[in-house]
Design a protein around this ligand. Structure first.
Ligand code: SR1
Length: 358
């Protein structure tokens, strides 16, 4: 992208409501690409041989968000010369708990737990902590104060999307809500939604749908079609997870309602940008972090713990509001372009590793 156009991109995104509007830094790298600033100290000797093993124990692995997150985690592991040993429960909580037990038994140098339900992961988290294994929990309550809890700012994610919904609807009208209870980030976003409804009595939730599985978007599309046919007055959909928003967009398009119903979502990926910017797309706004950046933060935090460095027990990555108009006006077609144009999506100071470039 030419520099003049790039500056236009940043301005347009800022105008579009990107709340993390840092000044333009056209040369900022995409979050999975090589870091750019020099390290300030030498790496601990334990990291020299490439023998540090960090277990990444995931509940879910399918879908854009989880794939990008893993790519970021792997890139950071490579940069830090650590081995990332990845397992996934594929949506099965018992399998994830078993994988976590195995990571403890295998004496991993550190463990990252990615999503999961508190009741199924906390017993094994406790065993890890008792065994002295440093642990980072992303989007799941570890239940142990010794563990580092990493989250995106879910309240902000919901607030940004709902501010856009309020502006788009004028603060009144029937809304279809997509939610599944039990996932910590969705539960936090739900708290904000509940408060939003109290603060905005003109907004009426007429139906709630939602499913999380290996084909979330198509399952949500089926549910959304039925809900929209049963509720012809709906003018907005709050779908705060990109697989939900993609499913909702499919339903609205297939029912030919894109000029009447707008979707306010969460998360971003290159595929999501394609959906949002497609002609006639109803998905008009999304509040998101860069998932690859969050994956990088998780690995950095785990590496710092292995090195005996201090890490805040709560780490939060802030989101930005990204609008359909901003993306279209700037001609953005990929997350790489988005992160280059909008450096606040990359957070090198969250769990900064002093011996690594950032
Ligand atoms: C099923 S939970 C999905 C959410 O997890 C991450 O926090 C992403 O933001 C996604 O929306």
């Amino acid at each position: 992208m030419k520099p003049a156009r790039l500056l236009g991109v940043v301005a347009l995104l800022a105008l579009a409501g990107c709340s993390q509007g840092a000044p333009a830094r056209p040369s900022a790298p995409a979050s999975t690409s090589a870091p750019s600033s020099a390290p300030t100290v030498a790496p601990p000797t334990a990291f020299a041989g490439g023998n540090i093993r960090i277990a990444l124990v995931r509940q879910l692995s399918s879908g854009d968000y989880f794939e990008q997150w893993l790519a970021g985690a792997q890139a950071e592991a490579k940069a830090l010369n650590v081995r990332l040993e990845v397992s996934s429960g594929d949506g099965n909580n018992d399998k994830q708990a078993l994988n976590l037990e195995q990571a403890v038994t295998a004496k991993s140098d550190a463990i990252i737990v990615d999503h999961g339900f508190a009741q199924t992961v906390q017993p094994a988290v406790k065993k890890a902590v008792t065994a002295g294994i440093p642990l980072v929990a992303f989007d799941v309550d570890p239940g142990s104060p010794q563990a580092v809890a990493l989250t995106q700012d879910d309240q902000k994610i919901a607030e940004q999307a709902l501010d856009a919904l309020k502006a788009g609807t004028g603060g009144s009208g029937e809304v279809l809500y997509v939610y599944v209870a039990g996932f910590a980030p969705l539960d936090r976003r739900n708290e904000t939604w509940e408060q939003f409804k109290k603060d905005n009595p003109g907004i009426k939730q007429v139906a709630r749908i939602g499913v999380v599985n290996s084909s979330t978007a198509s399952a949500v599309a089926d549910q959304a079609k039925a809900a929209l046919q049963a509720n012809p007055g709906v003018k907005a959909i709050f779908a705060p997870y990109d697989e939900f928003a993609k499913g909702a967009a499919l339903a609205v398009k297939e029912l030919g309602l894109a000029d009447k119903i707008k979707i306010y979502g969460a998360d971003i990926s290159t595929a999501d940008i394609g959906v949002m910017t497609a002609p006639g797309s109803p998905w008009v706004a999304t509040s998101a972090t860069d998932p690859a950046n969050v994956g990088r933060v998780a690995v950095r935090a785990a590496a710092l713990l292995v090195a005996g460095e201090n890490v805040d027990r709560e780490l939060t990555v802030p989101p930005s509001l990204i609008t359909q108009k901003g993306l279209r006006d700037a001609g953005i077609t990929s997350v790489e372009q988005l992160t280059r144009a909008f450096p606040a999506l990359t957070t090198p100071d969250v769990a900064r590793v002093p011996w690594a470039a950032s």
